[in-house]
Design a protein around this ligand. Structure first.
Ligand SMILES: NC(=O)c1ccc[n+]([C@@H]2O[C@H](COP(=O)([O-])OP(=O)(O)OC[C@H]3O[C@@H](n4cnc5c(N)ncnc54)[C@H](O)[C@@H]3O)[C@@H](O)[C@H]2O)c1
Ligand SMILES: O=P(O)(O)OC[C@@H](O)[C@@H](O)[C@H](O)[C@H](O)CO
Length: 528
């Protein structure tokens, strides 16, 4: 069994016998229609895109009520397109690993083209320009990680040929402007707070700079700022999607499914012709579209107003899931765990995240109404994270931690400030932040070096803790001031909010020789 069998019409009975669900629509017809009248371009050809947005669209196509696919554009790691999309005709296999042990295998055929989004790939860029000039285009979306929304001063100076994702998107929007000021919705699907505003401010920054430099007319800035033309809705996305896993690969090989390779690109993306993910999924989107949209409600998307999205996102990203993930990943890496489900069997770690969630973060959560925070966190702690069939690893979650702390913990601290709540209720959240200074050292609790996950600020932040040593006895911890005063990393200056000294004290305990991480974690968790 190979994905190319689908195109060749070469489908043996084995596919059904082995429980592989095949597309129920005419793949070639959808491809042709999408090529002529595209409606959706997605930036970021990573795992979550294939496991979730593309799978939702696949459901809509399977229903027979929709006829357009999605075009994927990769603006950062072009190797993904060369190695995981093009050889498989953009098809992929979604392996759903349920907590009951049941496994669902589904061929996803909703991706009709895969393009490298950069001027250096002339043909692909020309195709993107053509798509952006087409009035049929309704939405562009993103899963490019939080750092993908960055705007660097150097890139702003590059004029109409920027190298960062947001600059390229703005250049493509300029093509759409020139084609008749056509409407479009720009939809972030990343785990950042108020994610729509992140794209919006990046696009506005490029457009303003280009107007200032005389590269584009002032009307272009007005166009991207005109909410009847371009909107930037907010969204909340939730589906735990680990990197392609060796055990899943083995299981597929046993089935006789031949496209079971995993690839690590030079840029450190873990990709494959298959993707493995959990069964639970939520995608809540602010329904604010200027040129219509694909009917993703057919695949389960919940469309709502901005206020509801805001509450749902705060509940998930700032309280009930992502902070727990980051807490257990920082400590999990130092305690040599490689599986999230195994961490959930560790009484200290399980209790750590349970108490962070219920005791420290929940007091500031706002009930979004459509999803209940207590049911949500209960499912995360009792069913989703302990799922023994999910190959998720703390090392994946620890990627880019510097970009996530402000959202995952800073928002809660700010809410305590804003509401005048007693900050002495915050003990384990400070312990997570203290753990970060110990994690940055890259030495595990047995004193051995471990590989820190990639992070755009790693060198800078590691330099701050460089004077510290993991050892018993006295040492000078004054360098910590340079870390915990960083509002860009933590969302707040932790000294200004009165938590800096408490965190420093915890860091001292965590650095006190081998075994200090476990000892400190246990001490604070049990006392809580
Ligand atoms: N995996 C999950 O469980 C999950 C769940 C919900 C939301 N998300 C969101 O999706 C994002 C991506 O997750 P994934 O599982 O697809 O990861 P992945 O590693 O499989 O893919 C990351 C994607 O982002 C692109 N990217 C990375 N850095 C970039 C940059 N600087 N500029 C532009 N593009 C860049 C990569 O090229 C790739 O397309 C996460 O950061 C998160 O915001 C992920
Ligand atoms: O994807 P990131 O890097 O923003 O965060 C890592 C995980 O916390 C995240 O991917 C979760 O698995 C996801 O948010 C669950 O919906």
């Amino acid at each position: 069994m190979k994905l190319s069998d689908i195109k060749n019409g070469n489908l043996s009975a084995e596919w059904a016998e082995k429980g592989y669900e095949l597309p129920k629509f005419d793949v070639e017809a959808v491809k042709a229609k999408t090529h002529a009248e595209p409606t959706w371009v997605h930036f970021g050809a990573g795992n979550i895109f294939r496991a979730f947005p593309a799978a939702i669209l696949n459901e809509a196509l399977n229903s027979g009520k929709y006829d357009r696919g999605v075009i994927v554009a990769e603006s950062f790691d072009y190797e993904i397109i060369d190695k995981a999309y093009q050889p498989y005709d953009n098809l992929s296999l979604l392996v759903c690993l349920k907590s009951t042990g049941d496994i669902e295998k589904k061929v996803i055929a909703s991706v009709t083209e895969s393009l490298k989004a950069d001027y250096s790939f002339g043909e692909d860029w020309a195709r993107l320009v053509e798509i952006f000039q087409n009035p049929s285009l309704q939405m562009i979306s993103f899963t490019i990680t939080e750092k993908g929304y960055g705007v660097a001063p150097a890139d702003l100076e590059r004029g109409l040929t920027p190298v960062l994702a947001m600059g390229k998107v703005t250049a493509l929007l300029y093509e759409r402007f020139k084609a008749g000021k056509l409407p479009l919705t720009v939809q972030s699907m990343d785990n950042c707070s108020h994610n729509g505003d992140k794209v919006k401010s990046a696009v506005h920054a490029y457009a303003s700079k280009w107007v200032e430099q005389g590269l584009v007319p002032a009307e272009f800035l007005a166009y991207v700022q005109d909410e009847t033309k371009i909107t930037f809705p907010w969204s909340m996305i939730d589906k735990i999607t680990p990197r392609p896993d060796a055990k899943v690969q083995e299981m597929l090989a046993k089935d006789g499914f031949e496209d079971n390779y995993t690839i690590v690109t030079e840029k450190h993306t873990f990709t494959a012709p298959f993707v493995n993910a959990e069964e639970t999924q939520y995608l809540c989107i602010e329904d604010h579209y200027t040129n219509g949209r694909p009917p993703l409600e057919l695949g389960g998307v919940l469309y709502c107003d901005r206020e509801t999205v805001d509450k749902i996102e705060k509940m998930k990203v700032c309280t009930c899931l992502n902070p727990l993930h980051t807490a257990m990943s920082i400590y999990g890496c130092m305690l040599n765990y490689t599986l999230i489900s195994a961490e959930m069997a560790d009484e200290d770690l399980r209790s750590f995240i349970q108490k962070i969630g219920y005791i420290e973060a929940m007091p500031v959560v706002v009930d979004p109404g459509v999803l209940n925070p207590y049911e949500f966190i209960g499912a995360v702690i009792n069913r989703r994270l302990p799922n023994p069939f999910m190959p998720d690893a703390p090392q994946r979650i620890a990627t880019d931690t510097s970009q996530k702390l402000a959202i995952r913990f800073g928002e809660t601290i700010k809410a305590y400030q804003a509401r005048g709540l007693d900050k002495s209720n915050l003990v384990l959240i400070p312990l997570v932040l203290a753990g970060y200074a110990r994690y940055l050292k890259g030495i595990d609790d047995n004193g051995k070096a471990f590989e820190i996950s990639p992070d755009p600020m790693l060198a800078e932040l590691q330099a701050i803790v460089a004077p510290l040593e993991v050892k018993e006895g006295e040492q000078d911890f004054s360098c910590l001031k340079n870390l915990y005063s960083r509002a860009d990393v933590f969302g707040v200056d932790l000294y200004e909010v009165g938590l800096g000294e408490q965190i420093e004290g915890m860091v001292k305990e965590l650095y006190a020789g081998n075994g200090a991480v476990r000892k400190t974690l246990h001490k604070y968790v049990v006392a809580r």
